[in-house]
Design a protein. Structure first.
Length: 242
């Protein structure tokens, strides 16, 4: 899917925006900061929708429509909003944009065997990256967009950033510590939302069994950037034991 992500570098520029969100998010209220973050994420989400095919499988839509409100209702910060969409790709993948725009590939649903509890863990994991500020911080810390923000107004700053690093950057830029934080928050979220928290362990154990060269291609690069399966399972078990 990485090649498909790189093709987004040729997209048309998003709407012209003064990149005041770079400093407003540090000087305004929490509500102001989240509003600005949401606008950035919306621009990126619109560009992604313009280039990738949206998954309209009724089975996928049902899982998302059933899971989304339950998970979102358990987020303590009421300023936070989330949207969940599935896109068509042969590679299992998921990523979160600033502002709570979360995309999951249809093949990741297949990898989860259409199990709603397992899918909920993936969704909640990506929500964790948004809640903990990982999604926004990753963009804020990138030199290309930080440098562009120094000039106001700036045309196409977000698109310029995508051209520079590729949307593949959205897949793999988190540290393993951030991935661990997202896992722990995800387990708490799915438990609060009424999903089975041990589904996370079942999914990770199944993936660990697929580490053979013949099976590894089915897993894709999404999980390879996370901590080892055994470590994720151990950390999740610690959360569940409490």
């Amino acid at each position: 899917m990485s090649g498909l992500f790189y093709s987004l570098g040729r997209m048309a520029g998003p709407k012209i925006r003064k990149v005041k969100w770079m400093w407003k998010s540090m000087t305004g209220t929490e509500a102001d900061a989240i509003k600005q973050e949401n606008e950035v994420g919306r621009d990126l989400a619109n560009e992604i929708r313009s280039r990738l095919e949206i998954d309209k499988n009724p089975k996928t839509l049902k899982i998302l429509s059933d899971s989304a409100p339950r998970l979102a209702a358990c987020v303590a910060n009421r300023f936070r909003t989330f949207s969940f969409e599935s896109i068509i790709s042969s590679e299992p993948n998921a990523f979160a944009l600033p502002g709570g725009f979360i995309f999951v590939t249809n093949s990741l649903f297949e990898l989860c065997q259409w199990n709603q509890d397992e899918v909920a863990f993936i969704l909640a994991h990506e929500m964790g990256h948004v809640i903990r500020g990982h999604a926004m911080n990753r963009i804020m810390s990138n030199f290309a967009i930080t440098a562009a923000s120094r000039a106001v107004p700036v045309r196409g700053a977000i698109t310029g950033w995508i051209k520079k690093v590729g949307v593949q950057y959205l897949e793999s830029a988190y540290s393993q510590d951030m991935e661990s934080q997202a896992d722990k928050l995800a387990v708490l979220l799915i438990d609060s939302a009424g999903f089975k928290p041990d589904a996370s362990i079942k999914l990770l154990r199944r993936l660990e069994e697929m580490k053979s060269p013949e099976q590894e291609s089915k897993v894709g690069s999404y999980f390879s950037t996370h901590p080892p399966y055994w470590q994720r399972i151990r950390d999740i078990e610690k959360v569940l034991s409490k």
